[in-house]
Design a protein around this ligand. Structure first.
Ligand SMILES: Nc1nc(=O)c2c([nH]1)NC[C@@H]1CN(c3ccc(C(=O)N[C@@H](CCC(=O)O)C(=O)O)cc3)C=[N+]21
Length: 326
């Protein structure tokens, strides 16, 4: 017999939650409690709608249309898909997008030339160089070339440096970590004073996510490939952000009952039953962890769509700042 009821989960303060009731409660089926699903796809859609309204006002009142330039080098299939999704998202909110596609064997200088042109182009407010770059290019040289005022990815060392320093403000915060924090905010999940564990220390997700959580007054630990007893440290967390790129690495036993789980991983695993021959899973073992946690992001439909929404948000922010709008 399947019994189905909705039970409040007291480890999280949802009092100010502005989302509908079903979203704010853990679900109980057959006497097992399941974490509430943090619906990144839906929040991303809400954010796109907010951005679209602002952009149409901006067009009307001051005649400015935000512009995003994307540079894609090589023909990685996943990168091509991400870039296509970014263009679609730009179209949906009224951002002009400019796209440059370069062959795998093009030179670093060619990339730098395109960046330089976009730096000088007043109709471009954001520049994104899709990563990873081919291995013969120096990523650091390329990222340093994007002028900091148009660095909507937030990868310029000056932006990261400011993110790390108290009392300083970066011009842009990297999109994926920003999306993670935005999800916590929109679901009214408190961060201040909580124990947070970030799994992974990459420049584009783990490290900036840890810095952001610290700015939000969490007590932050970073677990990485050389950490002893990662499971024991992770089990102390009220909030876990997993960004390692290892399918299902975080098991149910790593999770403290009631913890909030943000899964950044997007890992293809073979699946003959799916039409594409593979399906996407996160870094967190959803099946196990969702029986222990109070809230969890799904993969797909969690952090991924938020990354793109934050890119749009950063592009709008940039246009406003460049044109001195509030
Ligand atoms: N300079 C740069 N900036 C980036 O922001 C950047 C990058 N390089 N390189 C690659 C990663 C990856 N990334 C994703 C964005 C959206 C989804 C996304 O929307 N995923 C969907 C669907 C995925 C699918 O179904 O294929 C989801 O999770 O629901 C995923 C991954 C941005 N990245």
């Amino acid at each position: 017999m399947l019994s189905f009821s909705i039970v409040p989960y007291c480890s999280i303060d949802f009092i100010h939650c502005n989302l509908s009731k079903v979203d704010v409660y853990a679900i109980q089926v057959d006497n097992e409690t399941f974490a509430k699903v943090i619906d990144g796809k839906r929040v991303a859609k809400d954010i796109r709608e907010e951005i679209a309204v602002e952009i149409s006002k901006m067009k009307e009142e001051v005649g400015i249309v935000p512009g995003l330039a994307v540079i894609l080098v090589g023909d990685r299939k996943d990168s091509a898909t991400y870039v296509r999704n970014k263009k679609k998202a730009c179209d949906s909110v009224g951002i002009n997008s400019f796209e440059v596609r370069l062959a795998e064997d093009s030179t670093e200088e060619e990339v730098l030339n395109h960046i330089s042109k976009f730096n000088d182009d007043p109709s471009v407010h954001g520049i994104l160089v899709q990563l990873p770059l081919p291995s013969h290019m120096n990523e650091q040289n390329v990222l340093n070339a994007v002028c900091i005022e148009k660095d909507v990815d937030g990868f310029h060392p000056l932006n990261i440096g400011r993110l790390a320093m108290r009392g300083r403000e970066p011009l842009f915060v990297p999109c994926t970590p920003k999306g993670c924090i935005e999800l916590l905010h929109r679901y009214d999940i408190p961060i201040k004073g909580k124990r947070a564990v970030v799994i992974g220390r990459s420049n584009i997700v783990g490290m900036p996510a840890a810095l952001l959580l610290q700015r939000e007054d969490a007590t932050v630990s970073i677990v990485h490939s050389r950490t002893k007893n990662p499971e024991e440290i992770t089990r102390q967390a009220d909030i876990i952000i997993a960004a390692v790129g290892q399918p299902n690495m975080v098991r149910g036993s790593w999770v403290k009952p009631g913890a909030v789980l943000i899964d950044v991983g997007i890992n293809p695993v073979e699946d003959p039953e799916s039409a594409r021959g593979y399906r996407l899973v996160g870094d967190i073992c959803y099946e196990e962890a969702s029986k222990v946690a109070s809230a969890i992001t799904p993969v797909p439909g969690g952090v991924g769509p938020m990354t793109i929404a934050m890119l749009l948000s950063n592009t709008l922010l940039s246009a406003k700042r460049i044109h001195n709008l509030r």
